[in-house]
Ligand binder design. Structure first.
Ligand code: SF4
Ligand code: FE2
Length: 623
């Protein structure tokens, strides 16, 4: 019991941790425990296996070896390892973006039945940003031309990515001076892999600077493309009401859960789940309907645009299966634990992988392509209905009570419209002090931190102090479960923020989307900086990732800091083997970028660091 309490703050999490134990289901927490103690060299970033003269490790106490076989010291090894984490993260977001560009092109060519252009306005806006001629082109022809221009952002050697044009001039100058303007999305990742090969870049400072450029190719490149093209294909999110936690799974309905990151598959499943024939079939099989629910970011994508409820965040994915109510789980890629397929074997759940590049043990693979997606989605929903008839009653535990109500859909466009058409009222509220500042609380869950505790504690303290919180990803789901995403949650905010929220009818914690949608936060920050004629780093803003775990989160944190936003990490990154690098990242970057990192596992203390930073930025602005 105590162990379960220590693992998660969520009620549904605790209940289903017990259920999982009863069913003999191993969870991420069990495996984390079995790994203790974890390797101290790796925790400090001091182990290297970049070549076959190694593996090598540096003794942090100074007694054993201080150099690898090649001669690399602690600084070089830590910097190379961090660089490769950034490269992996940037590659993941960017490859996700590329998949959307492929669909956009196929839509333009008429080869993607079921997909379409939902926001021609955004397509045209992107076209002009990319310098694509519109001269009377149809939306379809323009989709092809825009897709081609976006493909160029990935591959060619340019001076700068097109979207660097969105960055305030002062910030662009900072990047130019440091030589970190991102030039090509794939180029920066590829160059990072090159630099970190044995015998290439052995200056830890230069490696880290390239790390920032690599991360910027994600934030102002790959992720941004993922978000913008998703908006073109599936619509720009608008405020929408929904529900969250395991109670969104319904005992009397066919439950289909989508998990992963890319809306390409989940949007087709969404369409198929409305099909009258399939609804009829569900009824014939004794179900009251077809209930679609999300997990992680593909869930966030559907939530933002369609109001589809969300069953949980990263650490809840195995526990969702333990309800015995999931008739089919469809996964695309990223953050899908390879344990899920085997876990599902305890139940009747059909597990289906959908992307050629993401395969999992004990899952059936059904390849989605733009050409076959509509039909395949229909087939799979039909199979899910059949799976419903195979539930194992003895294994079912229906979560008691009601799901938590929430609001999502706060794209930049939606925020500006809630403000009455411009960012002016937000700027006024910041100037008057009603809102002290704004913080992006983002990122994952990690069994090293009590599930959701980091997010909810940090965010509650921030809003109590009149700091507006915007969020994405698993952090957003944590906040929603804690009831922070309804307009009534304004009562938990300080007096100034409370008043603003009540006047606008918005929650104090605004859901801005999936992890690639962090770019929406930076778009908003850039717009505020433009409006005030300042740099992003002058604004009373910060970011936090209290429970981050993934390489993608490392890339996000790095582009946040490089964009001028102070960023506090809850889980320590593997850098502490190099005091030089710790000093650079947590202190010296401030002089170079006007922003730096902090590492603080205690979310209350992390909130205080952020509040202090916001006060300093306000004072510097004369507020
Ligand atoms: Fe060892 Fe150097 Fe090879 Fe790394 S690159 S494994 S430190 S020899
Ligand atoms: Fe995510």
């Amino acid at each position: 019991k105590e162990e379960i309490q220590a693992r998660t703050i969520t009620e549904d999490g605790r209940l289903f941790l017990q259920k999982a134990a009863q069913d003999g289901l191993e969870t991420v927490w069990d495996r984390y425990q079995a790994q203790q103690p974890q390797c101290g060299f790796c925790e400090l970033g001091l182990s290297c296996r970049n070549c076959s003269m190694g593996p090598c490790r540096i003794d942090p106490f100074g007694e054993g070896p201080q150099r690898g076989v090649c001669g690399a010291d602690a600084d070089i090894i830590v910097a190379r390892n961090l660089g490769r984490m950034i490269a992996a993260g940037a590659a993941s977001h960017s490859d996700h973006g590329r998949d959307l560009v492929e669909v956009l092109r196929k839509v333009g060519e008429g080869k993607a039945p079921g997909y379409g252009i939902q926001s021609e306005e955004k397509l045209r806006k992107l076209a002009s940003e990319l310098g694509v001629a519109q001269d009377g082109k149809s939306a379809e022809a323009l989709a092809v031309a825009v897709a081609e221009a976006l493909e160029e952002e990935f591959g060619t050697r340019k001076k700068a990515l097109a979207f660097v044009g969105r960055v305030p001039e002062k910030r662009r100058k900072v990047w130019e001076k440091l030589g970190i303007t991102p030039r090509g999305i794939d180029r920066e990742t590829s160059e990072m892999m090159h630099r970190t090969h044995m015998g290439v870049d052995n200056d830890w400072k230069s490696l880290l600077l390239h790390g920032l450029r690599n991360a910027l190719s994600d934030g102002w490149g790959g992720s941004l493309i993922a978000t913008e093209v998703s908006d073109i294909l599936f619509g720009v999110p608008k405020p929408v009401a929904s529900e969250v936690n395991l109670r969104v799974l319904k005992e009397d309905q066919v439950n289909i859960v989508v998990h992963g990151h890319n809306p390409i598959v989940s949007e087709m499943i969404f369409q198929a789940a409305q099909d009258p024939e399939l609804l009829q079939l569900a009824e014939e099989k004794g179900a009251q309907g077809i209930n679609l629910a999300g997990l992680c970011c593909t869930g966030n994508e559907l939530l933002m645009r369609r109001g589809i409820p969300i069953a949980g965040n990263h650490l809840m994915t195995e526990l969702a299966l333990s309800t015995g109510l999931v008739d089919m789980m469809l996964v695309d890629y990223q953050c899908i634990m390879p344990a899920l397929g085997e876990a599902a074997r305890c139940y009747h759940t059909r597990m289906v992988s959908t992307s050629d590049k993401a395969r999992y043990p004990f899952m059936e693979h059904r390849e989605f392509r733009p050409e076959n997606a509509r039909q395949l989605a229909r087939d799979l929903v039909q199979e899910a209905v059949e799976s419903y008839t195979r539930r194992i009653p003895a294994k079912v535990l229906s979560p008691p009570g009601d799901a938590v109500k929430m609001m999502a859909g706060f794209s930049v466009e939606a925020i500006v419209s809630a403000l009455g058409g411009s960012a002016g009222p937000l700027i006024d509220a910041i100037k008057s002090g009603a809102i002290q500042g704004a913080v992006g609380v983002v990122g994952c869950n990690n069994p090293k931190i009590r599930h959701d505790y980091g997010h909810v504690t940090l965010t509650t303290r921030l809003i109590q102090n009149d700091v507006l919180v915007v969020d994405t990803g698993c952090a957003a789901v944590a906040h929603a479960k804690a009831g922070l995403k309804v307009p009534e949650a304004a009562e938990k905010a300080g007096p100034g923020l409370q008043q603003v929220c009540r006047a606008l009818g918005i929650p104090p914690v605004l859901h801005m989307g999936s992890c690639v949608d962090n770019v929406r936060i930076f778009d908003l920050a850039a717009a505020l900086a433009h409006a005030l004629g300042t740099d992003i780093s002058d604004l009373p803003l910060a970011a936090a990732a209290p429970e981050w775990y993934s390489e993608k989160a490392v890339s996000i944190a790095c582009y946040a800091v490089a964009s001028g936003v102070y960023t506090v990490l809850g889980t320590p990154p593997p850098i502490f083997g190099s005091p030089n690098i710790v000093k650079l990242l947590t202190e010296d970057l401030d002089d170079l970028l006007g922003a730096s990192f902090a590492v603080e596992p205690d979310p209350t203390k992390a909130a205080d660091l952020i509040l202090e930073r916001i006060r300093a930025k306000r004072a510097a602005l004369g507020l």
